[in-house]
Design a protein around this ligand. Structure first.
Ligand SMILES: [Zn+2]
Length: 453
C-alpha cells in the first residue's frame, strides 16, 4: 500500500551515524534496499538527491489538531497539510478534542473521522481522568498508542485525576507497555500563584510566566517519577520548560525509572525577553521562562536527559490569542515549523545533525511502539523520508501555513536549510512546502504483537 521510489546519492543521517552517497530503494511503500549503485527495478521513479540530507520522517508525538469539536480553531486537514509540508510523516494526536477521547467508542469514531482527512499517518491518544480508568484496556484494544493525563488545566478543561487513579493508570501502562504523557503542572499551585500575581494588578504578558513558577512543574514531575518507579509504568513528561524539572528527570533516569522527557522548539528558542516583541502570541503552558532555564534545557537535550522533541501544535483563533494576558489562549501552531527550526539549529552548530532524527523521530517512535516501522530508515521500515538541502535557506512566511490562524512567533525567521521533499511510504507528498495529491494517511494502531515482542 504505497509507492516505489529510488533515491540516489543521499547523505543518510541517522542517530547511529552518517552514510554518504547511498541509494535507498522503497518498494510498495517499504524500504527494501540501502546501498551504493543500486539497480533500479523496472518502472521505479528515480530521485537524485546528491548533496542533500535524508533523514527519517518526523514522528511528532504532540499535536492538538482540534477535530472534532474545536474546528473554529483549526482542523485535521489543515494540521496534517502543515505536517506534510514540514517534514512530519506521523503525528500522534492529543485527546482533548470534543468529546474528549475517554472511551473506545469515541476513539474509534475519531479515527474514522480523521482517516479520510489525513495527509500524513497518525496515531491517537486516549485521555485518563477519575471517571474513566475502567476504559483504559478497551481503549488500548481499540488502538490507542498512549494516554494523556492533564495534571494542570488545559483546553477542554479535563480535570486532573486523583493520586489513586494516577497510580492505577501507571500500573496499566506497565501491563500494556503503553506510555502515559503528562501535562505536569500542579494545578493547586498554579491557582495559588496565579491569584497572587493577579492581585498585584499586573497585565503585562510576562505575568503569565510569574504566575506559574518552576515549583509547579517540579512538584508534579517528582510525584510522577515516584509513581512510575513503584509501578514500573512508562511516563513521558511533555513540554518541559524549567531547570528544576530537568534536574528531577535526570535523577529519575539515572535511577533507571522508565521516564522520558519532551521539550518543544519554543522553549529552546524563546525566553521571557521575547514577550516584548511577541506578547501573548508566545503564551504557552507551561510558560516560556528565563535564559537560565533555556540553557539547562539545551544541556539536557544535548546530553540525552531530554529524550524527545515534539511541537505541541496548538492552534487558536486570533480573537482567543489577542485577549488580555490572563484570558488569552495558550499555544500556537507548531507542526509546520518543528523540523525547519531544529535543522537550522543543527546547521548553525548548536546540536549535532545526527541528534535531530533521534529526538524528533527515533525516540518518539520507540516510546509509542511505532519503531522500527516508523522513526528510522532501515530495511523493512516504512519509506517515510525527508530530503533537506543544507545549503539553501528558509524564511518562515505566513502563507506557508495551512492553519486557519497562522499565528506563530516564528513568522519572519530566517533559517539555514530547506526541506525539499517529504516522502510518505514511498510517495512524494510535498515539494518545497507545497503538498501534492490528496489525503493518503493511515491510522496506526497499538498492536499487541509488535508491542510485546
Ligand atoms: Zn499539548
Amino acid at each position: 500500500m504505497g509507492d516505489s521510489l529510488l533515491l540516489r546519492n543521499a547523505k543518510l543521517v541517522l542517530p547511529e551515524g552518517v552514510i554518504n552517497d547511498v541509494d535507498i530503494l522503497i518498494e510498495d511503500g517499504i524500504v527494501t534496499r540501502i546501498g551504493r549503485g543500486l539497480e533500479a527495478p523496472n518502472g521505479v521513479e528515480i530521485l537524485d538527491v546528491k548533496g542533500k540530507i535524508v533523514i527519517p520522517g518526523v514522528v511528532d508525538e504532540h499535536v492538538h489538531m482540534r477535530e472534532p469539536g474545536l474546528e473554529h480553531k483549526d482542523n485535521f486537514t489543515n494540521g496534517t497539510l502543515d505536517a506534510a509540508a514540514g517534514g512530519v510523516t506521523t503525528v500522534i494526536e492529543m485527546p482533548n478534542t470534543l468529546p474528549p477521547v475517554e472511551n473506545h467508542k469515541i476513539l474509534l469514531e475519531k479515527a474514522k473521522r480523521l482517516v479520510s482527512k489525513a495527509y500524513v499517518d497518525f496515531a491517537l491518544y486516549g485521555v485518563i481522568h477519575d471517571g474513566n480508568i475502567d476504559e483504559f484496556d478497551e481503549m488500548v484494544y481499540a488502538g490507542a498508542v498512549g494516554f494523556k493525563i492533564f495534571l494542570g488545566p488545559t483546553t477542554g478543561n479535563i480535570p486532573a485525576p486523583s493520586d489513586g487513579t494516577l497510580y492505577e493508570a501507571l500500573l496499566k501502562s506497565a501491563k500494556f507497555k503503553v506510555p502515559l504523557a503528562f501535562h505536569a503542572e500542579n494545578w493547586d499551585l498554579v491557582k495559588y500563584f496565579t491569584e497572587k500575581v493577579k492581585s498585584t494588578g499586573r497585565t503585562d504578558p510576562k505575568a503569565h510566566t510569574d504566575a506559574r513558577p518552576p515549583i509547579c512543574e517540579e512538584e508534579a514531575i517528582q510525584r510522577i517519577a515516584l509513581y512510575t518507579k513503584k509501578t514500573n509504568g512508562i511516563s513521558l513528561i511533555v513540554h518541559m520548560s524549567a531547570r528544576e524539572g530537568v534536574e528531577i528527570l535526570q535523577r529519575a533516569r539515572n535511577e533507571g525509572i522508565n521516564i522520558w522527557g519532551e521539550t518543544n522548539p519554543h522553549y529552546l528558542l524563546l525566553t521571557v525577553e521575547d514577550y516584548e516583541k511577541y506578547g501573548t502570541l508566545m503564551k504557552v503552558n507551561p510558560p516560556i521562562r528565563e535564559k537560565e532555564h533555556q540553557e539547562t534545557l539545551w544541556k539536557a537535550v544535548l546530553n540525552g536527559i531530554i529524550t524527545n522533541i515534539g511541537s505541541d501544535h496548538a492552534p487558536h483563533t486570533e480573537e482567543e490569542k489577542k485577549k488580555p494576558v490572563w484570558e488569552a489562549a495558550a499555544g500556537f501552531p507548531g507542526v509546520r515549523t518543528l523540523l525547519p527550526l531544529m535543522i537550522d539549529q543543527a546547521l548553525r552548530g548548536k546540536i549535532p545533525l545526527t541528534r535531530i532524527p533521534e529526538l524528533l523521530s527515533k525516540n518518539p517512535a520507540k516510546l509509542f511502539n511505532l519503531y522500527p516501522k516508523k522513526g528510522t530508515i532501515t530495511i523493512g521500515s516504512d519509506g517515510d523520508l525527508v530530503v533537506i538541502d543544507p545549503t539553501a535557506e528558509t524564511i518562515i512566511r505566513k502563507e506557508d501555513f495551512h492553519s486557519k490562524y497562522p499565528l506563530s512567533p516564528f513568522i519572519g525567521w530566517k533559517l539555514k536549510g530547506r526541506i525539499v521533499y517529504t516522502i510518505l511510504r514511498g510517495t512524494i507528498i510535498a515539494v518545497e512546502g507545497k503538498v501534492l495529491g490528496g489525503p493518503r494517511g493511515q491510522w496506526i494502531k497499538y498492536s499487541i504483537e509488535t508491542t510485546h515482542k
